[in-house]
Design a protein around this ligand. Sequence first.
Ligand code: SAM
Ligand code: SF4
Length: 495
Amino acid sequence: MQIIYQMENKYSSVKPIIDNSLPQVFIETYGCQMNVSDSEVVLSVLQKAGYALCHSIEQADVILVNTCSIRDNAEQRIWGRLDVFLQEKKKRKGIIVGILGCMAERLKNELLQHPAVDVVAGPDSYRDIARLISALSSGEKQINTILSHEETYADITPVRMDKNGVSAFISIMRGCNNMCSYCVVPYVRGAERSRDPHSIVREAQELFNNGYKEVTLLGQNVDSYKWTNPENPTESVNFAQLLELVALVDPTLRVRFSTSHPKDMGNGVLYTMAMYPNICNHIHLPVQSGSDPMLLKMNRKYTREKYMERVAKIREILPDCAITTDIIAGFCSETEQDHQDTLSLMKEVCYDSAFMFQYSLRPNTKAARHFVDDVPLAEKTRRLNEIIELQNSHSLACNQKTVGNIYQVLIEGTSKRSQEQLIGRTPQNKTCVFDAKGHKIGDYVYVKVLSCTSATLIAEIVEDEAIDKKLGFNEIRKDIKEMFNNLINIKNDKN
Ligand code: SAM
Ligand code: SF4
């Protein structure tokens, strides 16, 4: 595939317009990175329609809330916020409240009936958001929750709302086809579709041109990314190839991605990561459970053994790669033995960090329709606490192994405790704190880890020319590329 790096005008605006002479929109975002990315698409659409971003609900003419439905407590928070918006509407007549995202898609008219809500827009209707708002002049509340099989917002340049101007998200696909039995995502975000790689590379290039140094490619299951050229079906791009194309934008642009699915993550992605020093050595590989009966019931489509094979392959090809995960405690009919299996898998892998949750029943999912949510709440909490406690000890142990090592860090901000201290992340996604020594946000520095907690590495900047050569932006690892090509050739010969 030939990528043309020429920019078009429509891709040139990546920063919010701040102008209080224009109608003001405030966007509040809950949930995952994908929602953050979607809010940036919404702002782009609204800026084109003449709105400007503001930073508080008190200034806003339009308040938009991009919502999450993944667990019940995420939805409860939104209901609480609606009461706050209702108070604001009573104080300032004429302001508009819109609910976007997964909860809008799941609850539709139920949300529209709330007195605070004027507009309900699902994840595939953001192109329509300005029209929905202006149609309120008819006196009718507005709703669009139609899901699409094609929408990827490929041609819309998101307006970045990040604070640092250094790291940005790029959505590479939407929806999910996996139907994990506990999960609401396929119902509220629709079927999986992959975005045109030309538009992804163009977006990465545009971000780089605007001073960004890191992009994170987002999808519910990035390993199943597959784009086929509609005009030439023999031309297609998979995730490993996309990763390579983005890494080639510039060797000083860091590339991250999330989320990998254990059933789909192939060796091609691992070899591509090994080839390009600017693809960060971190893989988020959600396991959910260490018990085969639970994995089957969750419809994850891998066994514990297969998962451990993937972990072994990561460690073989990328020895210094951090591995993180998601774990659900107390899924339907989970026994004490199942729970112990999760703890033992955690001990086998020793994750660098993890997101850990209690199972939360989501209406209409396969689990809600066919299984019983029968682990008592107190038991779920006990199991979750044991998982968290174990993970904290593993996070600390993983961090302790870094003490004395030198890492390249991209500076992303100042420390909350002191303006004299900066924070950044290692390629392995570990947060470091260190004295500024004259450096600034957006710089790459080398740091030596002095000590750590389970969450943070305490480090100092090391300024040594020799280090730059050892750990810097080396050229592509041609040895690995050759090894990988040989492997492909052997496989093809066998076929
Ligand atoms: N697509 C990713 C994957 O397959 O791992 C993650 C998507 S989801 C937004 C993030 C995490 O939320 C999941 O990995 C899972 O651990 C958790 N999750 C999803 N549904 C849940 C539920 N009903 N109760 C508790 N946790 C849930
Ligand atoms: Fe949900 Fe499974 Fe899809 Fe992840 S892969 S979004 S957990 S259905």
